[in-house]
Ligand binder design. Structure first.
Ligand code: ADP
Length: 348
């Protein structure tokens, strides 16, 4: 009996070994496929950029009464539709280009001191035409209660960070654009900013990572970062939190961690009402992380509205940030000579 059970144990171990080798092969094959997919997205978006921009440009001239005449109202109506589609296509190509830049580590951020209160006001003014169309009121008055979970910070109403103003605008526009897009009935979108001089964000993020550990691998991958790990070393003590709450269609709880995954969309994406690529939040997360921040979503469930919250380092941590970024730069520079001989050989 003993010999038999030892033999069985050996067989089980051999089987396990065989399966784990198979799994390792499958994994490396998947990684190869992922690299190929990234290369394809990069190539396709570069090739598409020029013709799509030309189509969009010429259509906009054709529809501009000062530049061209389209007399037939039916033809004008058709052209309006073509123009709307061309704009959507251009947006998609721009998103795909951004994804390949993120994955190849080529997305550059140009940082300076940024007054966030001013920036939020600018963005809400820019997007007002869209929110008016969908009967959504955007409120940023420092009073809005977006989530009771977020601690109340210092009440000085001065929110500033060290970051790239254009990229922070893009983050805000992506989140606000979604809040408008995914709200069917008239409602209010509230923006709240808070300066939090505690490690609250680090603790919150730790909780999110702990919760995801028990979920399927696919979900765990959804919160894996696309940016250089160096950028994620730092969650400082002093953070600015910006929360955007809508009263829209809401998000089922189990979907929350998956939202930031590439191409992920909740529900039936064929509904004409909410067209999209599922790339917006993936790009948004990478932009937040390039600023050493974190982003997450909360919702009480379908039909109950959603809140998107992201953090940015407070301006008081600027020197610390500059030091970390120069270290990252130096490390990358040190790695460069390794690549140089190949390049020189190619040149010769
Ligand atoms: P897209 O909007 O192009 O589909 P995103 O990456 O911006 O892609 O969003 C991913 C998905 O997250 C959306 O398809 C939608 O299902 C869900 N989502 C994002 N924002 C909201 C929101 N404010 N309310 C409800 N669902 C949202």
């Amino acid at each position: 009996l003993l010999v038999k059970s030892v033999q069985e144990e050996i067989e089980r171990r051999e089987e396990l070994q065989r399966l784990s080798t198979q799994l390792a092969h499958a994994n490396s094959h998947l990684k190869e496929l992922d690299v190929m997919k990234t290369e394809f997205v990069s190539l396709a978006s570069h090739e598409l950029l020029t013709p799509v921009s030309a189509i969009e440009g010429y259509l906009s001239m054709l529809l501009d009464e000062k530049m061209a005449r389209v007399d037939d109202p039916k033809a004008k109506d058709y052209l309006d539709h073509v123009y709307a589609s061309a704009k959507r296509l251009a947006r998609l190509v721009a998103d795909m280009l951004n994804v390949s830049r993120i994955e190849e580590g080529r997305l550059l951020v140009e940082k300076k001191d940024v007054d966030l209160s001013d920036l939020i006001k600018q963005v809400t003014a820019e997007i007002k035409f869209k929110s008016d169309e969908r009967k959504q009121k955007i409120v940023f008055d420092g009073q809005s209660e977006t989530s009771s979970e977020i601690p109340r910070g210092a009440r000085d109403d001065k929110y500033a960070t060290y970051g790239d103003p254009d990229k922070i605008k893009e983050i805000m526009i992506n989140i606000l654009g979604n809040s408008i897009k995914y709200s069917k009935d008239p409602g209010t979108i509230s923006i709240r900013a808070e300066r939090i001089p505690t490690p609250w964000v680090a603790e919150k993020w730790q909780k999110i990572e702990d919760e995801i550990k028990v979920r399927p691998l696919d979900d765990q991958e959804a919160i894996q970062s696309a940016v250089d790990p160096h950028f994620r070393q730092f969650i400082g003590k002093d953070q600015i939190l910006i929360a955007i709450k809508d009263e829209g269609i809401g998000i089922p709880k189990e979907e929350l961690p998956r939202l930031f995954k590439k191409f992920h969309r909740v529900g039936d994406y064929t509904t004409a009402e909410s067209q999209g690529s599922g790339l917006g939040l993936y790009i948004t997360r990478a932009l937040v992380e390039l600023h050493h921040g974190r982003i997450w979503a909360d919702s009480e469930g379908a039909g109950k509205g959603s809140t998107f919250t992201f953090s940015l380092p407070d301006i008081s941590t600027k020197n610390e940030l500059l030091e970390i970024e120069s270290q990252v730069h130096q490390e990358k520079e040190q790695l460069k000579p390794l690549a140089r001989p190949v390049k020189q050989a190619e040149e010769i």
